[in-house]
Ligand binder design. Sequence first.
Ligand code: F6P
Length: 540
Amino acid sequence: MFQDLNDICLLADKVKNRSILSLFTDTNRADKLSVTVGDIFLDYSKQNINDDELSALVQWAEHCHLSDTINDMFSGEKINETENRAVLHTALRAPDSLKHSVLKEKAQEVIDTENQMAEIVDNVCSGKLVSASGEKFTDVLAIGIGGSYYGIKVALTALKPYHSTGLNVHVLANVDGGAVDEKINLLPAETTLVVVISKTFTTQETLLNATAIKNWMLSASDNQDIIEKQWFAISTNINAVISFGISRQHILPMWDWVGGRFSLWSAVGLPLALAIGNQGFSQLKAGAGEMDEHFKSAPFEQNMPVLLALLGIWNRNGLAYSSLAILPYDHALRALPGYLQQTDMESNGKSVALSGEKLTWDTAPIVFGQEGTNGQHAFMQLMHQSDDIVPTDFIIALNGTSQLKAHHQVLVANCFAQSEALMQGKTLSQVKDELSAAGLSPADINNLAPHKTMKGNTPSNTLLLNSVTPQSFGALLALYEHKIFVQGALWQLNSFDQWGVELGKQLGNQVLKVMNGEHSDLLSTSSLALIAKFNQTRAC
Ligand code: F6P
């Protein structure tokens, strides 16, 4: 009986040097180690795991009462214990009847907010809601950062072919004057609708950016009511939004039971809905809802998020691989690695258990990635030939959106070839045979062969989407949300807080104080010297 993670690690340790290719003597392997949910097919046969080891992982998950934890999340238990909050983003994409049964008296506010959002989208699109100058809106600027940015960014990018409203939707996140200038140079002040997204409405970057855009708009327009007419906000902090100057009627609520990085499904999705329309936004939520239903009810052996999570734990803890590459071979999915960096590492990059005890095992892998094939001409050299093994998720759409079908075929061929190459590798003797067949001298063969060997045995998953649609993309995001949640639960940590970001914020304030001539005991002489250099430059 596998009772704890150490049992799993001991089991994995025994097979660390096993060849993945050797597992394919089971001719049914590709068939068996795959699962389909709606429009998403997962092939995990290129993982270094066999049936018995998978069963052991499932057994361990059951022993950890994973089903109870899943039920706790869906039913609104306060599983975010360090913040004393429920975690109910799934309720936002559930049918109304389920919303009522889970959210109880809170359900109506959620439904009213959805209606308010849909009305804003309809009114902006129809021209019923116009700018301060009486013109139809042409552009939307969403200002927010972290969880109030990544979800919108990844969905706007993925669903570009579904931007159907005619509005150009832009995002501004980083506190960098260059990024603000870019928007100011691009956007027409008189016809741009602004949505400020900040759960707390205290985030330094968002407030600074919002203030800069507000000042620019006020100076660029003769209409002094431009902020009142053209600005919206999504926040829990209604008073702060009103003090900023945004009209009460233009504030849509957020709730403390929806975490920032899981908030796309709430009013935070307004900029996205303004791009893909209400129907597109509903389809996105329906796709996520379909994955929720599967996650809640499928046995663990066929449960896509649970399987992805268990395989990730097998690689991270059992085989001690410290990273995870996310490689979408689809231009539409190019923002996915950045999105998953936040969702995964901000959720599970922790070393303390819910109980407060120090964890004795590793947690979130270092997530990185890029769209294929670009990654092949960059970091994939390391994946093929360094001693580090980098487990990989390959993600493709079977049907590309472009009319250039030959491009799509080459793109997909590259994706399949990379997962094969990472698994197969090339041994020294294979390389020597090749070089000899090419007519090289024995001396040249000996010199060159070690440089051309590839370690292989790198595990990967391949996720195939029929095509990237609002529905399949919603399901894909929910798949990763749940995978991350399951991993956090099995690692016994809280995936829904992010205390690690606080120290940087505190010290940021100290740095600013010193830059402005005040004293701080909290900074090292290294940082004080850097600040002095910055101040000298500013003084010139
Ligand atoms: O990165 C830290 C964080 O607190 C995230 O959790 C959050 O999504 C982001 O900052 C922005 O916070 P807010 O929505 O309150 O502006």
